[in-house]
Design a protein around this ligand. Structure first.
Ligand code: MSP
Length: 512
């Protein structure tokens, strides 16, 4: 089975901040989780490099658009490397392969009579790279996202007959039995999209005559493709459209396009309409998460309250930063974050719960057995209870992109083992029944192995380390793939070798 997941391609007028990181980390966790579940995953991210916004940013910085794009796109790549993002490709819309795909789609739509020329006057927001109808602006006539007044533009452009897709789109979004159903999520946002669709669709501008930094239309080189059309097509360019049919057929349609609510309309309406026009299959799920604010304020450079991914990693380390980013607020609605909240969650979930479980287990093994636990008949009851809790809630929440809930389930499994240790009172057993203590410590290690396999997608590096510390044999990904395929713990438990137990050191130092 294949699984194709995408993030938005980010504008290169700005450096990557925690907002971009949020979407990308979530997509990465999903991609890793699906790989562990034996899917053939293709995970795409990249940069959106054309249009007015980028040309203007280049002008302000006194650079050529090409230089700005090279420089900033590299920053995104570096950041994703820092965050241990496992994307299979990184697309840049200024690449040659993308020009070919855009030319192909635009020409196809033109040949089908879906593109026509028209003189147009409208209010354009450069920040959003889109025209706004008056009714969609706020009470002061400003863009609802950028709070700036759009500029009046008048041009002769090519237009796409979006209006002719209204009924087709409504059917595909509302009818879950439609063979081309698009699952727009979460539900409240799907309802908003349906509501807007019902009001009717206007044809949209598909080209710009004044913007040179873009992809010229194949049938009229004096105009460039509208940046959003250009951008959306990246999702098929990267998997080989139009020249690598085998790869394209293997991965298309996308299983999940992931993004925030700001650009849901483009992904759930415009993009499917373009695909319908070109007679290509439609994405299966379009998932938009919320926007987060920082201490109640919108993050913005002018307020100076932007958190950088580098700062987050500096404060908590890469693995914890990934975990915290996606668990601090529910995935879907808007939410507020703060450094205080991040640190509290770090201390509660990672230092106190998980870190404590690992360190107390290994300390018991060290103190009582000098890290050589006597051979015992494996008691797998605790590991099975942990597996039971996780089976109930973890996979369902992961597959539904409720990453914060999946992490909650994981935390409750960790709590269960910590409670069991307290109930077992190993410090008493050490004096009364050393063999029983050996069996209990062994059972904690087995439970930790199950926990580690579920943690792996969130914290890839630290979890591999945990796997080694507990002396678990083999490569954790391979063992996890088998475990998730079989759905049961091996009869004699996971192979844990005494010789390989390690003193953990402090994996998650408490932060005050
Ligand atoms: N280039 C377009 C996308 C084209 S996709 C075919 C674009 N780029 S963007 O750089 O503005 O990125 C927007 C996306 O960044 C959001 O949809 C979201 O994924 C992420 N976020 C940016 N700021 C965010 C928050 N404050 N909160 C949550 N996500 C945020 O739009």
């Amino acid at each position: 089975m294949k699984f194709y997941i995408t993030t938005p391609i980010y504008y290169v007028n700005d450096i990557p901040h925690i907002g971009h990181s949020y979407t990308t980390i979530a997509a990465d966790i999903m991609a890793r989780w699906k790989r562990l579940n034996n899917f053939d995953v293709f995970f795409l991210t990249g940069t959106d490099e054309h249009g007015a916004k980028i040309s203007e940013a280049a002008k302000v910085k006194g650079k050529s658009p090409k230089n700005l794009c090279d420089e900033m796109s590299a920053k995104f790549r570096e950041t994703w490397e820092l965050l241990n993002i496992s994307n299979d490709d990184f697309i840049r819309t200024a690449e040659r392969r993308h020009f070919i795909a855009v030319e192909n789609i635009v020409q196809t739509l033109f040949d089908k009579g879906l593109i026509f020329k028209k003189k147009y006057k409208g209010m354009y927001c450069v920040g959003c790279e889109r025209f706004y109808a008056k009714k969609d602006l706020d009470e002061k006539g400003r863009c609802p996202f950028h709070k700036t007044k759009p500029i009046l533009q008048s041009e002769e452009n090519y237009f796409f007959k979006l209006s002719s897709f209204q009924d087709g789109l409504l059917e595909r979004i509302t009818d879950i039995n439609h063979k081309e159903h698009i699952d727009v999520r979460p539900e409240e946002r799907r309802n908003e999209i349906i509501g807007k669709l019902k009001l009717g669709l206007e044809d949209v501008s598909f080209s710009r005559s004044a913007i040179e930094w873009g992809i010229p239309l194949p049938f009229d080189k004096s105009q460039t493709a509208y940046v959003w059309v250009d951008a959306l097509i990246n999702y098929i360019t990267a998997i080989g459209y139009p020249n690598d049919e085998t790869k394209f057929k293997k991965y298309w349609p996308a299983d999940i396009h992931l993004m925030a609510k700001d650009i849901l309309w483009f992904h759930s309406v415009i993009w499917p309409a373009v695909l319908m026009g070109a007679e290509l299959p439609l994405p299966k799920t379009v998932y938009s998460h919320g926007f987060f604010t920082l201490n109640g304020d919108k993050m913005s450079k002018s307020i100076g309250n932007v958190i950088s991914p580098q700062e987050l990693v500096g404060a908590y380390g890469v693995d914890a930063a990934r975990y915290l980013a996606v668990t601090l607020m529910p995935f879907g609605p808007d939410g507020d974050i703060s450094w205080q909240g991040l640190t509290l969650k770090y201390n509660t979930d990672l230092a106190n719960n998980l870190g404590n479980l690992i360190s107390r287990t290994l300390k018991m093994a060290e103190k009582n057995f000098n890290l050589k636990i006597p051979q015992v008949v494996p008691d797998l009851e605790l590991a099975k209870n942990v597996a039971g809790i996780l089976k109930e809630g973890f996979a369902r929440n992961m597959d539904g992109l409720q990453l914060h809930k999946a992490a909650e389930v994981l935390q409750s499994a960790i709590t269960l083992v910590n409670r069991q240790i307290e109930a077992d009172a190993p410090w008493k057993l050490a004096k009364t029944d050393i063999n029983k203590l050996a069996a209990r410590v062994y059972s904690y290690l087995q439970a930790l192995a199950v926990i580690a396999m579920h943690l792996l997608a969130f914290m890839p590096t630290l979890t591999e380390k945990i796997w080694q510390i507990i002396g678990a044999a083999g490569n954790i990904s391979d063992i996890a793939k088998k475990y998730f395929a079989d759905g049961v713990i091996p009869e004699n438990g996971f192979s844990i070798s005494n010789a390989d137990l390690q003193i953990p050191g402090i994996l998650f130092p408490r932060i005050s």
